[in-house]
Design a protein around this ligand. Structure first.
Ligand code: GLU
Length: 464
């Protein structure tokens, strides 16, 4: 059997971080088992679904790098209405579904009664049964189609995350599978899609646990082999509440991109939300695929921890080859007004500073002074600059000018001998020098920084 999993987002505005975690686990499971990972767009809610949000989802999947195997043939529910109608007709034909002509008022009365008695809402008035006479078909009412849910026994499945789950069938309604206008309902579409796509493992958020018994019963009526189910617990925010845009949480995957999070760090972080492999925190997706098993997914919710996300991001930034990092930083420098990053070469700058930032925006800021002297903070000037420092800086500039070899080592040697000559500690020269050249006191080793900025530019800045 080829393992087939799917990710089935509803395109209602943005790609939710919880959705990405679900997609990640489905993807890893498929990849681990050399199976297929499929994408399906659940766009039957015509009011809330827009083409723009579909693109946001596709772009988001692209950005994180979760590749799906039906890229040329993504399943859109809105393109499958004929197929849903066909299955509805089959179920009617088999007697597994039936028309129901109840009016709004009748349904309302049933709901009230059921609430009082704690039973299933619909009283199965139109359900055909041996020896039962159905009410006369009323005029002017377009019927809905209801599914004939078994009334006895229990529906159970062994959830690959949550364990044994069972629900007595008497607690389930004869759910509507087609509305009066003929359009199919949510749970029904999901069932037909999972069946047609040959999904073997339904991995999704645990907000769908209540839908599963309904879906299992329909699949059984269709004579389908049941898939395995794995329901993933929610992601909570740092306060332990359900993560949501409304509470001010960052939830859209693109917002994390804008925060300067690397896609590989995002996935690494999300992998650890509800899953663990010993104490491993920093890993690649190759390792994750190798290690991943649904039985290691925790059944209880996990909490966002932005500090940890930034820490993992910093590790991925450090591990990334500088040439690749340069491609991500160059556009961020352009936004900051630096368009020419050839001198010094951005890769070399990054090799020196990439362990100093936790996100790509901070890293871009860290590169700025290599290209343009920054305006020093008043407090730094107060602390490190005075007439003495100024005069000393000019003396040091003359020595720098006389250097025949412009390298970090040569600058370092000169720096040391100059401090000896002047009878000062190295910091007494280093800090004002940083301010004079970079405009900030926070830089890596000053000799390496000067070496990269280049002799001519350094002299120009120091003398200015
Ligand atoms: N469209 C559903 C959602 O976005 C997922 C349905 C499913 O995975 O079965 O929550």
């Amino acid at each position: 059997m080829t393992v087939k999993t799917r990710f089935a987002p509803s395109p209602t505005g943005y790609l939710h971080i919880g959705g990405v975690r679900t997609a990640l686990f489905s993807w890893a499971f498929a990849r681990k088992h050399k199976g297929e990972f499929l994408l399906r767009i659940e766009d039957t809610d015509l009011v809330r679904s827009t083409a723009e949000s579909v693109n946001i989802i596709l772009d988001g999947m692209d950005w994180v790098g979760l590749n799906y195997d039906n890229a040329g043939n993504v399943v859109y529910q809105t393109r499958r209405f004929d197929r849903y109608k066909e299955v509805i007709a089959e179920l009617l034909e088999k007697g597994a579904a039936y028309y129901c002509y109840c009016s709004k008022e009748e349904l309302e009365a049933m709901r009230e009664k059921a609430e009082k008695e704690g039973t299933a809402t619909y009283d199965r008035r139109w359900r055909p049964e041996a020896g039962k006479t159905l009410p006369p078909v009323p005029e002017g009412i377009e019927p809905v189609v209801r599914f004939k849910t078994p009334t006895e026994g229990v529906t159970r499945w062994h959830d690959l995350v949550k364990g044994e789950i069972s629900i007595p069938n008497e607690a389930l309604d004869d759910l509507i599978i087609a509305r009066a206008d003929g359009t199919p309902t949510y749970n029904f579409c999901v069932v037909v899609d999972d069946f047609d796509m040959g999904v073997t493992h339904v991995i999704r958020g645990d907000d769908h646990v209540n839908n599963t018994p309904k879906q299992i019963n329909i699949l059984q009526a269709m004579g389908a082999k049941l898939p395995e189910y794995a329901h993933l617990p929610m992601i909570l925010n740092e306060q332990g509440k359900k993560i949501s845009k409304r509470s001010g949480d960052t939830v859209a995957i693109t917002d994390f991109g804008a925060m300067g999070i690397l896609p590989e760090a995002m996935l690494n972080y999300l992998a650890r939300l509800g899953w663990a492999h010993g104490d491993d925190e920093f890993f690649t997706m190759e390792q994750f695929i190798q290690w991943f098993d649904l039985k290691d997914v925790s059944p209880s919710p996990s909490r966002m921890d932005l500090k940890k996300l930034y820490w993992i991001n910093a590790e991925h930034i450090k591990a990334m080859p500088s040439e690749k990092l340069a491609e991500l930083i160059a556009p961020r420098l352009a936004v900051r007004g630096i368009n020419d990053t050839a001198k010094p070469a951005l890769e070399e700058v990054l090799a020196l500073v990439k362990d100093r930032a936790q996100d790509l925006n901070a890293l871009a800021d860290e590169c700025l002074y290599f290209y343009e002297k920054q305006t020093p903070a008043e407090a730094d000037v107060q602390k490190h600059w005075d007439d003495e420092a100024s005069a000393r800086m000019l003396r040091f500039a003359d020595k720098l000018e006389a250097l025949t070899e412009w390298s970090a080592d040569a600058i370092h040697e000169l720096f040391k001998s100059f401090c000896d000559e002047e009878g000062i500690k190295m910091g007494k020269l280093g800090m004002p020098l940083r301010l004079a050249v970079c405009g900030t006191a926070k830089t890596p080793s000053v000799d390496a920084v000067l070496a990269l900025i280049g002799k001519e530019e350094v002299l120009r800045r120091v003398r200015a």
